[in-house]
Design a binder for this molecule. Sequence first.
Ligand SMILES: Cc1cc2nc3c(=O)[nH]c(=O)nc-3n(C[C@H](O)[C@H](O)[C@H](O)COP(=O)(O)O)c2cc1C
Ligand SMILES: [Fe+2]
Ligand SMILES: [Fe+2]
Length: 399
Amino acid sequence: MKNTVKITDGITWVGASDRRLALFENIFPLTDGVAYNAYIVRGEKIALLDTADSSVVHQYLENVESELDGREPDYLIINHMEPDHCSLVADLMARWPKMQAVGTAKVPTLIKQFFGADISDRFTAVTDGDSLDLGGRTLHFVTTPMVHWPEVMVTYDDRTKTLFSADAFGSFGAHHGGIFDVDHFKNPAFEGEARRYYTNIVGKYGPQVLAALKKASALDIEYICPLHGPVWHDKISWTLEKHAAWASYTPETRGALVVYGSMYGNTASVAARVAREIAEKSGCEVKLMDASGTDKSYLVSEAFRLSHIVFAAPTYNMGLYPPVREFIDDLEALWVRGRTAAVIENGSWSPASGKIMREKIAALKDFTLLEPTLTIRGASVDESAINAFCDAVAASLGA
Ligand SMILES: Cc1cc2nc3c(=O)[nH]c(=O)nc-3n(C[C@H](O)[C@H](O)[C@H](O)COP(=O)(O)O)c2cc1C
Ligand SMILES: [Fe+2]
Ligand SMILES: [Fe+2]
């Protein structure tokens, strides 16, 4: 069944949602699917902006065909060559033999690698400052390398002030009653899912995102049309502000994330007590999360949001309990920086997890590491040590 949405003058959404996918990139759990957005822009000529994931091929083609109403697109604009958007590029080039493809110079090599197809005689490489006259409107191209692949560009339609932003400004989550930001904000989980998408998928490339935001700030923007998540219109300032914070690794909220690992519940129990006491002493938000039971993408998302992180973990075979180790490794891989951290260790005969955590945290960029380390021995820990630890974290939070 065709399911297209008019966005604004001459621009139609022709994407589709996948509600069956369990893991995005086969890593990140999806609780509410994901949308693969694509768009048709009509001047005297017709441009199709990006294809879609192979899982939604039928819906995508039905939408595109219904919108074209028998015409052939003149151009396929390829903003991003990741397979969740480019799966149909070679097929569509064969289907519409007069259609020309447009993208950055790296695109033909990637097409050859993925599809074995040579489209170079029907491909125009564009870069910053280049444009394409569709007749009645002009598309302008802006490269955004490493947001989050090297070939990525964004496309700007000057007639409607619409920015087609590739994966930038995307989110997890399928479309429900509507494709616009105001529709998605009706879902209380939306904000968290937008953050989880950015921080895990694009989070490593903060400096490149800031560069892209700077380029975008020169444009007058009324619509942002990403390849995932809602089309931004009423809430553009919200997403721009959030992306400025996320890309610069600036905490959104003064508060503490307490992440613990625990086999038998003793570290968990101390972490819960500490979380409550820090909240009470500081008056700040404290979020308590189990590194074993919670997918890392949620921990990462909260680490971007909050200013402080308390790590609590047992010593495990003279090393660091793996779920907490993996979380710290994720923070390092995503270049998370500038947080204040404190450490709780547990060990029954020779506690070592505190020292290991401190070394790993010291290697993270611009982290401030608080004293003291709180040491638990099995289930034993001094009340005075808990108090001193919580006082130190609360003081750092500004109590
Ligand atoms: C598989 C395993 C390995 C452990 N290795 C160490 C160790 O190397 N050094 C140590 O002091 N304690 C070690 N311990 C003891 C734990 O740190 C202790 O059981 C602690 O209470 C675990 O915290 P939990 O109760 O929150 O699970 C180990 C425990 C287990 C189950
Ligand atoms: Fe991508
Ligand atoms: Fe994508």
